[in-house]
Design a protein around this ligand. Structure first.
Ligand SMILES: [Zn+2]
Length: 91
């Protein structure tokens, strides 16, 4: 026998950008945002620390541009690869 009851369910109704504070775009109930996350393990000096940052489209791609520039400064040979828009992109 199954016993049923109405239970409140928590769901995400809005995603605010953790950098600029703006609401992220939403279309058809699907929020458009990027997430930068990390869970550091035993070998890290930050063992056990967890990070999660939700970013609007503008802030997400600002971070990507920053990372591209940082990589170019550390490895000039990679400059050609990074001029492509595929840095970090998973297909
Ligand atoms: Zn933002």
């Amino acid at each position: 026998m199954r016993v049923t009851a109405e239970v409140p369910v928590e769901s995400v109704v809005q995603v605010l950008c953790d950098v600029c504070g703006n609401e992220t775009n939403c279309s058809g109930g699907k929020h458009e945002y990027g997430t930068l996350s990390a869970h550091w393990g035993y070998a890290s000096s930050r063992d056990g620390d967890r990070y999660m940052v939700d970013l609007c489209e503008g802030c997400f791609f600002s971070v990507i541009e920053y990372l591209k520039e940082k990589r170019v400064r550390s490895d000039l040979d990679s400059m050609d690869d990074l001029h492509q828009s595929s840095f970090g992109l998973i297909r």
